[in-house]
Write a protein that binds this ligand. Structure first.
Ligand code: GUN
Length: 295
């Protein structure tokens, strides 16, 4: 069997970001205004700090107005809600992203529901979830990771995914459920599998498209996957790598890449697959939100 096509998420994300940068410049020329993104981080979680810094930098690189609010871990829920209210009213801000997870004393759902749906660039507000589920994608803001995964699928398979069997492994609100909605809207036959699914290997074997988003290192084995299938690996897991030296680690996805790569049709690497697309789609959502709010 030939080697799979390795889907270059970094390159595709760069082309998306170039396009957004160009369109943001056109918007600035036409209106004198820039898309504005506010990112809110509560606490000092190191992974969240990296994500927030990357989002802030990407926004600046696209020519956006970018504001970062870093709050102490013991900030009260009322103060976080007050900041969101203030950002909701701020005319220079078109996108609001509150980095998750929030500290335990803050009700995440309460914070996410307060964000104006038109500024909800994460697509987590129930209004956006509802619009996507109802098939009204054109007026929703769609969660960034599934939106980016769909772009990778279309760049690989072409615009028509109609009739293909798709399995989404994982049922989270951030990835699994919205991914399934997007694929259903593309007229795929969609199965959502999860930790309680019986005979997961057989379910995966039937799929032309496999989206793995379970957060378990290399859980989807190579021989579960149908020859020629397209694999989108959303997982980013850090595991020990003693072969690199004591205490060293490496990143792996939710799919056993080395087992899959010799017989699947195409597969995203980890890192360098879905990860870069998530930030690119956040920029796309911010530009979309800005254009809608300026109209
Ligand atoms: N934490 C992990 N992933 C995400 C995401 O996509 N958005 C936000 N806001 N927080 C996250």
């Amino acid at each position: 069997m030939p080697q799979a096509q390795i889907i270059d998420g970094k390159e595709i994300a760069n082309s998306v970001r170039d396009d957004i940068t160009h369109r943001a410049a056109q918007l600035l020329e036409a209106t004198g205004k820039r898309p504005g993104l506010a990112v809110v981080l509560v606490g000092e979680d190191p992974a969240s700090q990296v994500y927030v810094r990357n989002k802030d930098r990407a926004a600046e690189a696209c020519g956006f107005h970018s504001v970062k609010h870093t709050l102490a871990a013991d900030t009260s829920e009322a103060d976080v809600l007050a900041l969101v209210s203030q950002l909701n009213e701020d005319e220079e801000i078109h996108g609001i992203l509150v980095q998750l997870p929030l500290p335990g004393h803050i009700d995440e759902s309460k914070v996410l529901r307060l964000i104006r749906p038109e500024k909800d660039v994460d697509g987590f507000h129930p209004v956006n979830v509802g619009l996507l589920t109802a098939g009204e994608r054109a007026s929703a803001l769609v969660p960034c990771t599934p939106a980016g995964s769909l772009v990778l699928l279309k760049r690989t398979l072409g615009d028509t995914l109609s009739g293909l069997n798709a399995v989404v492994v994982g049922r989270s609100n951030i990835v699994g459920k919205p991914m399934a909605s997007l694929l259903l809207q593309e007229s795929c036959t969609v199965t959502i599998a999860h930790s309680r699914t019986k005979d997961l290997p057989a379910i995966v074997k039937a799929a032309d498209i496999v989206v793995a988003a379970v957060g378990r290192p290399e859980m989807v084995k190579g021989d579960w996957i149908k020859p020629g299938a397209t694999v989108i690996d959303v997982g980013i897991n850090r595991i020990p790598a003693p072969e690199k030296g004591e205490g060293k680690t490496r990143l792996v996805g939710d799919v056993a890449f080395d087992q899959a790569v010799d017989h699947v049709g195409a597969i995203t690497p980890v890192p360098g697959g879905v990860g870069p697309m998530t930030i690119a789609m956040l920029m796309a959502n911010t530009l979309t939100a800005a254009r809608r709010l300026m109209n």
